[in-house]
Design a protein around this ligand. Structure first.
Ligand SMILES: [Zn+2]
Length: 147
């Protein structure tokens, strides 16, 4: 969520998305949505359907196919949300590729995608990354809001 907020602020500061409450909500929702496949995640607590029973963690919901399907489903109800959704979704899956677990970006192919430099989930490196994203958020928030 911190990374989603930070990249959303950068996107707004750069004029890629409009700095509206709607776009902020879409970015943040898209940034937590992939973990709907994880029991007790922020996203899975908000839905009735237990997605984690049908998909392995960091599989379908963290893939390009999953992101595209989420995008199509949400766009049936919301207009003009493609760009903020993509910003938020990428803000989730790119940091997950920085972890040792990686993700199944090209699901249904079984190949795991991760960066050559990784850290463990919950490690001090991950915590430092989150702090760095909070700084990016604060630095760009003023520009994003036109202050
Ligand atoms: Zn994830």
């Amino acid at each position: 969520m911190v990374t989603g907020s930070a990249l959303g602020a950068v996107a707004a500061a750069q004029g890629i998305i409009e700095p509206t409450m709607f776009n902020a909500v879409v970015v943040i929702v898209a940034s937590v949505l992939p973990d709907i496949d994880k029991r007790r995640s922020t996203a899975s607590k908000k839905v009735i359907l237990p997605i984690h029973l049908f998909f392995k963690h960091r599989g379908f919901t963290h893939s390009l196919v999953g992101g595209f399907i989420f995008l199509l489903l949400l766009s049936m109800f919301l207009k003009n949300m493609w760009v903020p959704f993509i910003v938020g979704f990428m803000a989730h899956i790119i940091p997950d590729m920085l972890t040792t677990h990686g993700i199944k970006l090209f699901w249904p192919m079984k190949v795991t995608v991760r960066f050559p430099f990784t850290c463990a989930t919950g490690s001090i490196e991950e915590w430092m990354f989150s702090v760095m994203m909070a700084v990016v958020l604060l630095v760009n928030l003023g520009d994003a809001l036109g202050l």
